[in-house]
Structures are given as C-alpha cells and as structure tokens.
Design a binder for this molecule. Structure first.
Ligand code: F6R
Length: 609
C-alpha cells in the first residue's frame, strides 16, 4: 500500500504534492519522492524514510513547475532505499511514474526489457512500467498507456507524466484505489481523498479498469480500451480529520472494513487461474524440501499467535505435519526440540516484535529454517527469515490488530494447501475446493460486515458487563481467544475464552444470571457438542449471543440472539467469525468512551522482551 498524488495547475507544486503526501503517510512511509516538470525537464527528488526527510532535501533542492507527481512508499519489491523510492523513470528520463500496487508479471517484463537494452536502477516492479512506456511510446502518452495497460498484470494505480507533454498527466487504475480532484483551472489525482481535500471537495472516484487524462482545464475519463466514460461528481462532505480515516470515526473501524480488500490482495497472484495450485515462489521451498519437513513450530505473540492456532489446524488437516503453536516469549527459553527437519513459521504483523525476533534468531542459530509471515516488507523479521510471505493488509494503524489477523489466516491456508499438494496428502480435487472457497472469501467478508448494526446494538446493551465469556470448540475456540483478546484490549471489559467442553471443569462457576456468553458454533461436525455446552451456560442464566452459519436456525431455540454468517468451508470459517468479534470489541469500546485506536498501556509494535 503506497500513496500517490499528482497535480496540474498554477499553485506551488511542492506544497500541493508534499502536503498531499503528508495526508497519505498512513499508507506507508518507507520513502517518499516527487517529480516536477519545469522548463522542459523532469526534476526528481527522493528520500528514504519519512516525508520529513524528503522535505529537508527539498529545502536544499527546490522544485518548481505546474505539473508534478509524488509518492509515499510502503515497500513491496525491494527494500526501502533512495533507489527504490518513486518516482521511477525510463532510460531516457522522458517519463516519470508513481505506482501503488503490484505488477505481478514484472520479472518476465524486466527480462524482456533488459534484453532490449533497458537499464534498471531499482529493484522495484514499478520501474518496468517506466521502461515499458519508453519502449511502447508512439508520441501519444494516452494511447501509449492503453497499450502498456494490456501488457501489465496485477493491481495498480499509476500516474504518469512526460517531458513532451507538459500539459497532461495520465492516470490508470486497476484494483488499487484512486480518486481525481476537480478544481478551477487545476486538477488533482490521489490514492485517497484527504490528499486533496484542502483544495477541492468535488471528486471522481475512479473505478476498476478506468483511466483519466488530467489537464489544467479539465479531466477526461476512459475505459482501459480508451472508450470515454461519463463520471458523476461526488461532493465530499466529511471534515479533514475523518477523511484521513476514510470517513470512519476510527482507524480500527476503517481497518475492519478494509478486510475484503486485504484478503483479496493477500490472495492475489498466489492461486493459479484454474484454482488448482498455490503459487508461493517466495517460499523458496521445493517439493522435496516440503516432503522432508517432519514437524512445524509456529511462533508468534498475541493476535498473531491466535492466527497460528488456526494455521495449525489447516496444516495438520491438509499436510498431515504435526504443528506446535508456541508463544514466542516462552518458546525461546523452553529449549525446544528441533532437528534439521523442523520448520519454524514466525508470524508477526509488524515484523519487529522483540519476542518473536528473539525466537527466530535462536532457531536460526540452531540451523533451523525459518519462514516469516509478516505485513511489513523490509521489517527485521522479513530480513532475517530464510524466506518471507507478505500479508498485503496494508499499514495497520490501530493498535488492535484486525486486518493483519485475517490476512495471516489467508497466508497460512495458502501454505497449508501448498504443503498438502507437495506431500500428496491433499487430493487435487480437495485442493481445488479449498482454493475456490478461499477465492470466495472477500465476498464472504463483505457480507459479514453487514452484521455491524446488530453487533452495535448488542455492544451498547452489554457495555457495562464485568465479565464476558467466549466459547467454541476446535478452531472456533481459537477464534474465541482472539475475540476475548480484542474485547479486553480496547473495551477493558474482562473476557475469557474457553474451549466449550472445558467449562464444566471449573469456569462454569463464574456463569451467573445475565453474564454475556458469546458462543461460536461455526463447525457443523462439532455443532451438537457445542450446543450441549451452550445449554449448560443457559441453564446457569447466561445471556448467550450465538454465531453460526446461515441456515442453521436450530441455534435460535437455545440462545438469546443469533448472528448468522455466510456458510463457507468450516476450516475457513475463522475469517468470517472473527469479524463480528472485532466489531463487538470496537462498539463496546466506543460505547464506554475509550480511546479505541490507542488503548491504554499498549503499543502497536512491542519491541521489548
Ligand atoms: C492485539 C495485537 C497484539 C499483537 C502482538 C504481536 O490486537 O495487535 O496482540 O498481535 O503484539 O504483534 P506482531 O504481530 O506485530 O508481532
């Protein structure tokens, strides 16, 4: 996730573009850069690190002109560095581009362009687009971009300017967000509304597969085949502060709602078109390596550890490899039994959690192969692991992790299928079924978000509860742990998760009249057993909110309230089931007047042991 801004008009381009980037820093801040066209030359200034570094450079190397583009980067291909910072250029320096997204076929394009003599200066996927434009340029920038669009695969919001076209910017959108800001004798393009809100409230929301040509006196929109498109002007009524959160009152709610996109991005390019194979070349493991693994240790903390518990179920089911899920802070001191056939999977959103890094380092010292699942390219975990699977959730700002968790689950499911296919423990037909269900998950998540009003009403009624219990069996229990953590973390209501069948061994003593119990019944095979446990808490007076799949009306006979979630493959149900629990924590915290995005005593990245 990166942020892009483009401007054409009479204002000071540096102020507009850098000011816009400052509003998009939430999208990433590994590096930033601007390109401006003045006196027939494109001048580029870039700096690694936060935008302030770019501003310092710009104080010494000012830019001017009436047309400029800028970028704030969340590193994907290539480490954070000056060379990898955008804007990127072709060999001749005639074109400059900024990009948000991923060009999936960049390696083959890069080889092709290198064979044609193009010289690359960065490790990015973006730079291939600059060279491709140079290669395909026919004197018309708009037409060239139509042709270029047919050669690149993946997700992208691209903004291009050219030396020979001092009065136009071309913008292309496929899958990555983009809006156009409409002004008087000036126009803007950006990844998100806050970037331009200071100057205009009239925008076009670019749809997937659309492109635009921006001139000072107007904006024309087209399909990617060059057919004109008539766009409606959307008038933004939010204030600037809520615009930074996409109109949501808190980053947490915004991030909860981003999950369909985050899940889709994490799957993108990793499942073959015919839904038969998982493509994870970054894993760096061949079939023989996977067949040699005889035990997996998943190490992680907090929410990431909860994702690991679901990962264990998936890997054991599909690949039949025994998996231990270890709390990182305990693991490293437990003298774990590992051999050269052990694989360690470290899960960490930030890639900087001290306990997880320490566990990884200990295992590397012992010669064990470590795969990291992380959300941050260039993080310590990504750099130190033998190989890394990135979750494409985009920057998570709220302290309480939401979209990182669901994308970690997706990464683990992909690994489990990949391992199962390599080991021959997962039949091809079953793999197709799982991959088709994974492919459906973004829509499932979308539907689950519709339960928000029901959850909000429940949260308001139970906001003063002292204790809450989350129960479930199997992976429903794993999701219960995550639900309880979320509730504690931001609402400060005491919550405990229990394996439903374990309640009667002690905890049932705490269930009295009106105690809220959130019961997960998402696993048809375990449904009857779970139901018996729900009956046990009901008999002690609990108020039970049940979660189950659409069509299982039976639950209504026993519980006080039911939330129905779309039916998916039971093993994938945690992706759906966790969302009402995230929303419950959110709405309870709001109802109690808490600082949702920055809960007391907690930090986003825990870099101490
Ligand atoms: C809870 C939460 C934490 C983190 C934990 C590990 O909402 O965010 O429990 O999951 O601190 O952090 P990462 O995944 O960055 O290693």
């Amino acid at each position: 996730m990166c942020g892009i801004v483009g401007y054409i008009g009479p204002r000071n381009v540096k102020d507009v573009v850098v000011g816009g980037l400052a509003k998009l820093e939430y999208r990433g801040y590994d590096s930033a850069g601007v390109a401006a066209l003045a006196d027939g030359n494109i001048r580029i200034v870039k700096a690694v690190g936060r935008l302030s570094n770019l501003e310092e450079k710009l104080a010494e190397m000012p830019i001017s002109g009436h047309i400029a583009i800028g970028h704030t980067r969340w590193a994907t291909h290539g480490k954070p560095s000056d060379e990898n910072a955008h804007p990127h250029q072709d060999c001749s320096g005639r074109f400059a581009i900024v990009h948000n997204g991923i060009v999936e076929n960049y390696l083959s394009l890069r080889e092709e362009l290198m064979a044609l003599g193009h010289e690359f200066r960065s490790e990015t996927d973006t730079e291939v687009v600059a060279h491709l434009i140079e290669e395909m340029y026919n004197g018309d920038l708009f037409e060239t971009m139509i042709a270029v669009g047919k050669r690149i695969r993946g997700a992208y919001a691209l903004v291009v300017m050219a030396k020979d076209h001092p009065d136009e910017i071309v913008a292309v959108r496929r899958a990555s967000p983009m809006i156009i800001g409409l002004g008087e004798k000036e126009n803007f393009v950006a990844s998100d509304i806050p970037a331009i809100l200071e100057y205009t409230r009239d925008i076009y929301v670019m749809e997937d597969g659309e492109m635009a040509v921006l001139r000072r006196d107007g904006v024309e929109c087209f399909t990617m085949d060059g057919e004109p498109v008539k766009k409606d002007v959307y008038h933004v009524t939010w204030d600037a502060v809520s615009a930074e959160r996409g109109g949501y009152p808190h980053f947490m709610l915004k991030e909860i709602h981003e999950q369909p996109r985050a899940v889709r991005d994490t799957l993108r390019g990793r499942v073959s078109d015919d839904l038969s194979r998982v493509e994870l070349p970054e894993l760096g493991l061949q079939d023989e390596d996977i067949q040699a693994i005889d035990r997996i240790h998943i190490v992680a903390c907090g929410t990431s550890w909860h994702a690991g518990l679901v990962g264990k179920a998936a890997i054991e089911a599909f690949a039949r490899i025994p998996v231990n899920v270890e709390i990182a802070s305990e693991y490293r001191y437990s003298d774990p039994i590992v051999t050269d056939r052990t694989l360690v999977i470290a899960i960490t959103q930030s890639g900087e959690t001290a306990d997880t890094l320490a566990a990884m380092r200990e295992m590397k010292k012992r010669g064990v192969r470590v795969v990291a699942i992380t959300n941050v390219v260039g993080s310590s975990a990504a750099r130190e692991a033998d190989s890394t699977i990135i979750t494409w959730a985009g920057p998570e700002i709220a302290v309480a992790s939401t979209k990182a968790y669901t994308t970690q689950l997706v990464a683990l499911y992909l690994l489990a299928v990949r391992f199962g296919l390599s080991r021959g423990t997962l039949a091809e037909e079953k793999a197709r079924e799982v991959l088709a269900a994974l492919d459906d998950l973004p829509q499932v998540v979308e539907q689950v978000l519709d339960t928000a009003p029901q959850i909000e009403s429940f949260a308001k009624r139970y906001k003063d509860a002292h204790d809450t219990f989350f129960i479930g069996r199997g992976i429903d229990y794993a999701v219960s742990l995550e639900g309880a953590l979320k509730l504690k973390e931001i609402s400060y209501i005491h919550a405990e998760a229990y394996a439903a069948g374990e309640l009667k061994h002690g905890t049932l003593a705490l269930i009295t009249d009106g105690v809220p119990v959130i019961a997960l019944a998402m696993q048809p095979e375990l449904y009857e057993k779970t139901l018996s446990n729900i009956v046990e808490v009901k008999a002690r007076g609990a108020f039970v909110l049940g979660l189950t799949w659409v069509g299982n009306e039976d639950l209504e006979k026993t519980v006080d309230e039911v939330i129905y979630l779309p039916k998916t493959m039971p093993l994938l149900a945690p992706v759906a089931a966790v969302i009402p629990l995230q929303l419950l924590a959110y709405y309870a915290a709001v109802a109690r007047g808490n600082d949702v995005d920055k809960p007391r005593n907690l930090a986003k990245s825990v870099t101490v042991e």
